[in-house]
Ligand binder design. Structure first.
Ligand code: GLU
Length: 400
């Protein structure tokens, strides 16, 4: 339709949201659906955080705030970066947005000109390339391999950098693979970036607190302080604090960039929800003691899923370091047919047939830029995971 913008035709709807919506619709229509699609914890926001939101409402904190966040939350974010990441920021270097998504989007909108390149390692979170495209830039995808445990190498990064490169997007632990970069592996990448002073780093640290088997989280500006002046360190409360619906993300970086992001935000959402900001303040500065037991639970679920999926012929399932995703390869199933005659030509066909025949919703790998794979979000009950993996196993066994 010519009424719609040319920019719109550059992007697709978010596949993670599409799968989650489809699963909810099928369930509402009476189907027995197990959704392993949504990347969100299945437990409720902790009570102390909800209480802070209620108190904020009662105290009348229900009006506009500064576009990029209340002073109290910005200070708490500075304290968090100092305490947990050894990074010193002032409140003027902090931006709070409506979820991690808006924060990333503001940064890209504020900096990209037509033709500017953004390096994105694949598998990537499905929204990165589309946000770059919406902002007028060009995604440059660098494919990690399963053999290298879904991590790109310094040589790959170096080869992808051109004079037009503006940003390098980094995400560890990763959505969708759960792969994390050790300090040494990240240093390999930051060493390359030090050779290219025109490239800025946008690091999405949303899964910082979800790490297993002693994996030690690190972030680019901490590993290489020489990158501090050209790094935007992004994070949020959605995953670790089970606050996906509250929509609070944040970023810290050079003051000029933060001011540019504020300008964009002042012309879009005005400010993130006032009540959610007070809740996020409690999340970041209140008790953190529920995170360790939650991680125990997530690790147990990860191990359950890995052990069940690894027994399936045709599926290879690497063990992730963090987040709550596994990203199995279905290379061994391509070319087979379902009992109804559908040929599994790619991971999208696989995910569609799996949903139709078994009621298990997963997100197909092409959405994340590396195929043939699918993403399982294991942030759901042990019972649901056991049942879902059993159904995936029967489905795969039925292929011929
Ligand atoms: N980040 C989550 C996911 O990957 C939430 C949905 C989205 O925003 O993509 O499933």
């Amino acid at each position: 339709m010519s009424f719609l913008s040319a920019t719109l035709s550059r992007v697709k709807p978010s596949p993670t949201i599409a799968v989650t919506t489809k699963a909810a619709e099928l369930r509402a229509a009476g189907r027995d659906i197990i959704s392993l699609g949504a990347g969100e914890p299945d437990f409720d926001t902790p009570d102390n955080i909800k209480a802070a939101a209620k108190a904020a409402m009662d105290a009348g904190k229900t009006k506009y705030t500064a576009p990029d966040g209340i002073a109290e939350l910005k200070q708490a974010i500075c304290d968090k970066f100092e305490r947990e990441n050894g990074l010193s920021y002032t409140p003027k270097q902090v931006s709070v947005g409506t979820g991690g998504k808006q924060t990333l989007y503001n940064a890209l909108m504020a900096t990209l000109n037509a033709g500017d390149e953004v390096i994105i390692p694949a598998p990537y979170w499905t929204s990165y390339p589309d946000m770059v495209l919406l902002a007028g830039g060009e995604p440059v995808v660098v494919e990690a391999t399963l053999e290298n445990a879904f991590r790109i190498t310094p040589e790959q990064l170096d080869a992808a950098i051109t004079p037009k490169t503006k940003w390098f997007i980094f995400n560890s632990p990763s959505n969708p693979t759960g792969a994390g970069y050790t300090r040494e592996q990240l240093k390999g990448l930051t060493d390359v970036l030090m050779q290219h002073p025109h490239v800025w780093v946008l690091t999405d640290d949303m899964y910082e607190h979800l790490a297993y088997d002693g994996f030690s989280f690190c972030t680019p500006a901490e590993v290489e302080p020489g990158l501090y002046d050209r790094t935007l360190t992004c994070n949020g409360v959605s995953k670790a604090y089970a606050m996906t619906g509250w929509r609070i993300g944040y970023a810290a970086g050079p003051e000029q960039l933060i001011a540019a992001m504020r300008k964009i935000q002042s012309q879009s959402t005005s400010n993130p929800c006032s009540i959610s900001q007070w809740a996020a303040l409690e999340a970041i500065s209140g008790p953190q003691d529920f995170i360790a037991p939650n991680n125990e639970m997530f690790k147990r679920r990860r191990d359950l899923v890995i052990s069940m999926l690894s027994q399936i012929d045709g599926i290879t399932c690497p063990v992730p370091d963090g987040a709550f995703y596994v990203y199995p390869s279905i290379a061994g199933l391509i070319g087979k047919r379902t009992s109804t005659g559908v040929e599994i030509t790619d991971d999208e066909v696989f995910a569609t047939a799996l949903l139709e025949e078994t009621g298990v919703a997963v997100v197909f790998g092409a959405a994340f830029g590396l195929s043939p794979n699918f993403r399982v979000s294991y942030a759901t009950s042990d019972e649901a995971l056991t049942e879902a993996c059993g159904r995936i196993k029967s489905f795969c066994a039925s292929l011929s």
